[in-house]
Design a protein around this ligand. Structure first.
Ligand SMILES: Cc1cc2nc3c(=O)[nH]c(=O)nc-3n(C[C@H](O)[C@H](O)[C@H](O)COP(=O)(O)OP(=O)(O)OC[C@H]3O[C@@H](n4cnc5c(N)ncnc54)[C@H](O)[C@@H]3O)c2cc1C
Length: 448
């Protein structure tokens, strides 16, 4: 049981001053294991909240509320992760970026906080929280470090969800407790030959007497230096084309599994991105994830959800870049006898940027709520990711300019946010791919 849960549980039960009591305790940023039962215990869930506790309520009797209105548990997530990020991650951000390495102690703390098992049910050692809570955590982390944020995002929204949704009972019992407490996961779909055209992948799986044999290469795999658990997509029946694609679980250390190359990147440099080779890697038959030939469907579903996570990473990044610069222009830097943020030319840019961040956040939380409500959210997720990454790029770029030379040097965080923002338009489907999805769905809606 993580210390987060212990800190929050009594406060939430009593419905007392959660925020202030958390601030008062040194370990108060420990949040994650707020159980499903806790969610259900909340006396007054927000109207139209789509958390499991009121999913079945008669929605016609409920009053609509603002999209960014969080439940008590979600608010606690926001405040405690924000505090954890500024107390524990912020002091290390610059060094991790320069070293292009994720600090091991931070990974351990993420597990301790319960942030690596946000949606994993309590019976498997996770926090048993809702999807929006995970999205809030990802956004708060990105406000301080988008590299830590993507580590948590991939692990929660792609890897954990794959096992929770498609894993057999044996796989869940074996791996979910580890994924919640100690084992980082990676999601291996892309290959040198297949990026946007993901299902053109060439990695093959073969059925053997005891299980399966996997051979091929994966590229661009996030978390691969830290991970011990890999969800791998390989084609078990190439004659069937993409309908042969199947998902497997591979553990680091399996014979023939090697991390071949660590990429040196423009941004999110503390997040590891590697090439992985599978040379006849043998895995037991229990490591089949879900059903044969369903891998492409699983990947599509998981990436649709994952895109909301990346969108949240981008809104968090945009907010972080904005706040960092806003503090500087309104408190630190004077020219012509006044703070540079007081010139109207600056104020209008700051105001415009804040509006765009708010619009992106509305798309993100609307997509998350629709997913939780069991509604079709594919277009919403694509719109959120597309727009949030555009806003992140624009605002973090302007923030560098607002800070002048101080924005350009590698002492502060402005230039790092700008570099980090570029990835939002690339991974989990490029911006063109999001536009393709949006246009395809619009055409379905409007074509006669
Ligand atoms: C840092 C990083 C981390 C990553 N992490 C992971 C991970 O953990 N797991 C994983 O499986 N993958 C991961 N990826 C891979 C990522 O998802 C792919 O890079 C992405 O899908 C794009 O593929 P590509 O790089 O091959 O670009 P390409 O597909 O070669 O695209 C090149 C250009 O062509 C455009 N284009 C391609 N097809 C179309 C089309 N039909 N219409 C219009 N334009 C098109 C694209 O928009 C892009 O501008 C990661 C990548 C990076 C850079």
């Amino acid at each position: 049981m993580s210390t987060i849960a212990r800190a929050l549980r009594p406060a939430l039960r009593k419905g007392t001053g959660l925020t202030s009591s958390l601030r008062a305790t040194p370990r108060s940023f420990n949040l994650a294991r707020i159980s499903t039962s806790l969610l259900q215990q909340q006396q007054n869930p927000r109207p139209l909240s789509t958390t499991p506790s009121c999913r079945n309520a008669d929605m016609t009797e409920l009053l609509p509320t603002p999209i960014t209105h969080f439940s008590e548990v979600e608010t606690a997530m926001r405040e405690t992760v924000g505090k954890f990020a500024s107390d524990m991650i912020l002091p290390k951000v610059r060094d991790m970026d320069e070293a292009e390495t994720m600090d091991k102690a931070i990974v351990e703390q993420l597990f301790e906080q319960g942030l690596m098992g946000v949606e994993i049910p309590e019976e498997y050692g996770g926090a048993g929280m809702n999807f929006t809570a995970a999205i809030i955590g990802i956004e708060e982390l990105a406000r301080v470090d988008p590299s830590v944020s993507v580590l948590v995002d991939v692990h929660n929204t792609l890897v954990n969800t794959a096992v929770v949704k498609y894993g057999s009972t044996e796989l869940k019992k074996k791996y979910l407790p580890k994924l919640a407490t100690e084992t980082v996961g990676s999601f291996c779909l892309s290959e040198p030959i297949s990026g946007s055209d993901a299902f053109a992948l060439k990695t093959k799986a073969e059925e053997t007497a005891d299980g399966f044999k996997i051979s091929g290469s994966k590229m661009w795999i996030t978390n691969s230096m830290e991970a011990d658990f890999f969800v791998v997509f390989a084609n078990l029946n190439p004659d069937k084309g993409y309908k042969g694609i199947t998902a497997f679980v591979v553990e680091k250390g399996a014979k023939g599994f090697t991390i071949a190359k660590k990429e040196k990147k423009l941004g999110i440099r503390a997040s590891s991105t590697c090439v992985i080779n599978f040379d006849d890697v043998e895995i037991p038959k229990e490591n089949l994830l879900g059903d044969r030939g369903q891998g492409y469907k699983y990947a599509i579903g998981l990436l649709n959800e994952g895109r909301i996570g990346i969108a949240a990473q981008m809104t968090g990044l945009a907010l972080g870049a904005f706040e960092n610069a806003a503090r500087y222009v309104w408190n630190d830097r004077k020219q012509f006898g006044q703070y540079v943020g007081e010139f109207q030319g600056m104020q209008h840019q700051l105001a415009q940027s804040y509006v765009e961040i708010a619009a992106a956040r509305a798309l993100v939380y609307n997509a998350a709520r629709k997913k939780e409500a069991g509604e079709d959210f594919v277009k919403d997720a694509a719109m959120a990711k597309l727009y949030a990454s555009q806003v992140a790029g624009k605002v973090s770029g302007l923030a560098v300019e607002w800070m002048g030379g101080m924005g350009f040097v590698r002492e502060g965080l402005a230039e790092k946010f700008f570099r980090d923002s570029k990835i939002g338009a690339i991974y989990e489907g490029t911006s063109n791919i999001q536009l393709n999805t949006i246009a395809r769905l619009l055409q379905k809606e409007y074509a006669a």
